[in-house]
Design a protein around this ligand. Structure first.
Ligand SMILES: [Zn+2]
Length: 300
């Protein structure tokens, strides 16, 4: 029997902590607040405190940490982090290892989510698995032959900023027409409000409106799916996946309203040689993919 591992998925407003068994089930969990202003040393103290409490003295094989941004080439931390600026470049892995006394591995959240789906979710059996998440941002990670695929910056670079509309809306990164500026949750909400002529408060209300058949909401989700499908074509022509899993809070909430236009655009634009060799599906681990994947990175 493989031992339990601990996982932490660090997000912009909170961190999820969990104890994960050998079948990828979260057997115990807790949360800790994070935030833009939080100093890195304070974050470590808060996470290690919450983890000690969660473990309650139970033995674990190790700790896996998923963090936003790109992984440092030495695997010790993350860089290019926009939502938690204080951890940019910080030696997070070693500090958490010292504070918890657990053997600790660290990766970026997209790589962790990809590993989670590969081990326990929709990516089982894939040789070249691409996992794309639609949330506040758009992330992507890949597992090839059972290992995280490290193409650039220890992952897939920053794939949310693949440009799908060169004269499109300005992105938080400064470029125009990034897929993240056109198909992320905030982008969908903004576009739906634009089309309706009155703002929507959140994605849930856009989805409700679309389910009632309201044209602006249906169109906004359709356009987002189209942009996402085009981005997937670009990633596919470069990376050659045999399986693509789509997850993240936005995809999980919108389901077919986003999945169908994405799939349609993907099939329409992909080169047949690549298209015949890849299947498209929904990620299964939902919001826990990063947490479960982080624990899976520890191995066992
Ligand atoms: Zn961008």
């Amino acid at each position: 029997v493989r031992p339990l591992n601990a996982g932490i998925d660090i997000g912009g407003t909170s961190a999820k902590l969990g104890l994960v068994d050998g079948e990828g089930r979260v057997v115990r969990r807790s949360q800790a607040p994070t935030g833009r202003e939080l100093a890195a040393d304070d974050l470590v103290e808060r996470l290690s405190g919450a983890l000690v409490e969660l473990l309650a003295g139970d033995p674990v094989g190790g700790l896996g940490v998923a963090a936003p941004g790109c992984r440092r080439t030495d695997g010790e931390g993350v860089v290019n982090v926009t939502n938690l600026p204080h951890i940019d470049g910080y030696p997070l892995r070693a500090r958490l290892e010292e504070a918890t006394g657990l053997r600790t591995v660290l990766d970026n959240d997209a790589n962790a989510a990809a590993m989670g789906e590969y081990r326990y979710g929709d990516g089982k059996g894939a040789e070249r698995l691409l996992v794309v998440t639609v949330g506040t941002g758009i992330g992507a990670g890949m597992v090839v032959d059972g290992a995280v695929h490290r193409v650039s910056w220890q992952g897939l670079g920053d794939p949310g900023h693949v440009i799908v509309q060169a004269r499109g809306p300005i992105c938080a990164c400064g470029a125009k027409g990034c897929v993240e500026a056109l198909a992320s949750v905030p982008a969908i909400v903004r576009r739906a409000g634009e089309l309706r002529g009155a703002a929507f408060p959140d994605l849930g209300t856009v989805i409700d409106a679309a389910r009632r058949g309201e044209a602006p909401a249906v169109q906004a989700l359709g356009e987002a799916g189209n942009h996402l499908g085009v981005a997937l074509v670009t990633l596919t022509h470069v990376l050659g996946p045999d399986r693509i899993c789509l997850g993240g809070g936005g995809m999980d909430a919108a389901e077919d309203l986003l999945m169908e236009p994405t799939s349609e655009a993907f099939r329409h634009h992909v080169q047949p040689f690549f298209g015949e060799r890849v299947t498209l599906g929904r990620a299964r681990l939902g919001n826990d993919a990063g947490l479960i994947g982080a624990a899976a990175l520890v191995g066992g």
